[in-house]
Write a protein that binds this ligand. Structure first.
Ligand code: NDP
Length: 478
């Protein structure tokens, strides 16, 4: 199938305007053509969701469980095929693509279980003869807007809880990665999702995304993406009194103390900074290293960074795939130039010409940097890391927190005292000790503080906060 259409009310709907979806490892490889929607199509999707909302809200927990369980099982069974599509479309390695598909399957299965663990409280009233019942109801129609960097996992961790708690969904995937969203839509459809309960509208953020955010019948928006788009969505939702959840960027610190195990620290930083081509909101971009270990750490990190194999995402030996597209590559290379002009010493970071047309970049390390430099304040979102030298643990913590973001923060240390103190003092939603800042579990909350996140946490049992509203009922026997 070359042409791929939107899913509305259980039907595949074309809006024409097909756009080629191109493999960033080899731009001669076209994955397929995907239709672009517009505001009229969002209107049709909202009408479909409205017609399905009451029925889905009343569906038994068993029916919701069975759908989510079946979707999870199907994704897991097809992990090689879907992981391959993910690697072709987004550029992460095949192993990462398969791992992400499996993660999406696990998320669906987790929320299948949550369908059967309905929450609520029955309490005695402070007045005689009255019972108080606190229940949770679906929010209604939710708009889910996703980025390109985890097209399976992020879509899954929004769709699965939305459906588990009885909401109907309109998903708008990133323009760069409609393929994974389309596969998810196919799987949901084939596994018996009732018409209108899940709708897929592909297209540009400025048209389809904007139409979803501003639609008065969409009760809540869950968004993952850049800070700029998130700020805009927050403003619109605030004005319209819509429930909103935002996961945005990071400038995540990884502290390496003198007492760290060198090999643990280098491996955590190598993984956190460069794997998935650095295109992770939890990537370690500021490596804050204490003076006593600094030279040994830098020498070993450079050695291992330069040994990484950059190549086609589907090649067996590839450790770092291409950058997602020409625009992101241009932006990354501009940050490498900026690092030089800010007087950092730059190791690597150049554009690589391989034997095929793709968006390849060598991993980059910036040395001798300060936290005031723009390269250490702005999110780069590519395979680039900075080293910042500090004298003490206290200076490291202060520098780690000196950022407008607060998603993840890590520390490598063998001191329980320092690990504990860092966990308590880090201004971040997630703290990792002797582990890369990127790489999280699916059954626990995900999210950040400050400029990284807004609204209720995603994932795990905490997802219920966003996808439900609380109702308090008072019942008198009469
Ligand atoms: P964008 O903010 O550009 O896009 C995210 C999504 O929003 C896309 O689907 C996009 O559509 C859509 N969008 C764009 N403009 C609007 C609008 N006006 N109204 C509604 N929707 C809109 O981010 P990217 O996709 O480029 O993703 C990269 C960024 O995402 C990075 O900065 C990264 O840090 C962040 N991110 C954060 C994560 C987190 O959990 N904190 C996780 C992953 C990424 P279109 O694609 O058509 O432009």
């Amino acid at each position: 199938m070359r042409n791929h259409d939107h899913l509305i009310k259980g039907e595949w709907v074309s809006s024409g305007n097909y756009q080629d979806n191109v493999n960033p490892s080899d731009t001669r490889d076209v994955i397929g053509a995907y239709s672009y929607g517009d505001a009229a199509l969002v209107e049709a999707a909202v009408a479909a969701a409205k017609s399905a909302q009451a029925g889905w809200a009343d569906a038994t927990p068993q029916a919701r469980h069975d759908l989510l369980e079946a979707v999870g099982r199907e994704l897991a069974a097809r992990k090689e095929e879907i992981g391959r599509l993910l690697a072709r479309e987004e550029g992460k390695t095949l192993a990462e693509g398969i791992g992400e598909t499996l993660r999406a399957a696990q998320v669906f299965k987790f929320f299948a279980g949550e369908c059967l663990r309905q929450v609520g409280d029955l309490q005695a009233s402070v007045r005689p003869g009255i019972d108080v019942e606190v229940t949770r109801e679906p929010v209604g129609i939710v708009g889910l807007i996703t980025p390109w960097n985890f097209p399976m996992a992020i879509s899954a961790w929004k769709i699965a809880p939305a459906l588990a708690f009885g909401n109907c969904v309109i998903l708008k995937p990133a323009d760069l990665t409609p393929g994974c969203a389309h596969i998810l839509a196919q799987v949901l459809h084939e596994q018996g999702c009732p018409p209108g309960v899940f709708n897929l509208v592909m297209g540009r953020g400025a048209t389809v995304g904007e139409a979803i955010v501003t639609h008065p019948d969409i009760a809540a928006i869950s968004f993952t993406g850049s800070r700029t788009t998130g700020d805009h969505i927050a403003e619109v939702c605030g004005r319209m009194k819509k429930k909103v959840q935002l996961e945005m960027g990071g400038k995540n610190p990884m502290v390496v103390l003198d007492d760290a195990d060198l090999s643990t620290a280098v491996s955590a930083c190598l993984n956190g900074t460069y794997f998935s081509t650095g295109q992770r909101c939890t990537a370690s971009s500021r490596l804050i290293v204490q003076a006593g270990i600094h030279d040994r750490f830098v020498e070993e990190l450079i050695r291992q960074m330069q040994a990484l194999t950059v190549g086609d995402a589907l090649d067996a030996g590839t450790q770092i795939g291409p950058v997602v597209d020409a625009r992101q590559l241009k932006s990354n290379l501009a940050y490498v130039d900026l690092a030089r002009s800010e007087a950092a010493e730059v190791i690597g970071g150049e554009r690589l010409e391989l034997n095929k047309p793709g968006f390849y970049q060598a991993p980059a390390l910036f040395l001798g940097t300060t936290n005031a430099m723009r390269i250490n304040r702005e999110e780069i979102f590519g395979p680039c890391g900075s080293v910042l030298k500090v004298d003490s643990f206290d200076a490291a913590v202060a520098m780690a927190n000196d950022t407008e973001f607060g998603l993840a923060a890590g520390i490598c240390t063998t001191s329980l005292y320092h690990a504990r103190a860092f966990r308590r003092r880090a201004e971040a939603g997630m703290v990792m000790v002797n582990l890369p800042t990127a790489g999280v579990d699916y059954h626990v909350p995900f999210g950040g503080r400050k400029g990284s996140s807004f609204g209720a946490r995603e994932q795990g049992r905490y997802a219920v906060e966003f996808y439900t509203v609380v109702k308090t009922s008072y019942v008198c026997a009469g």
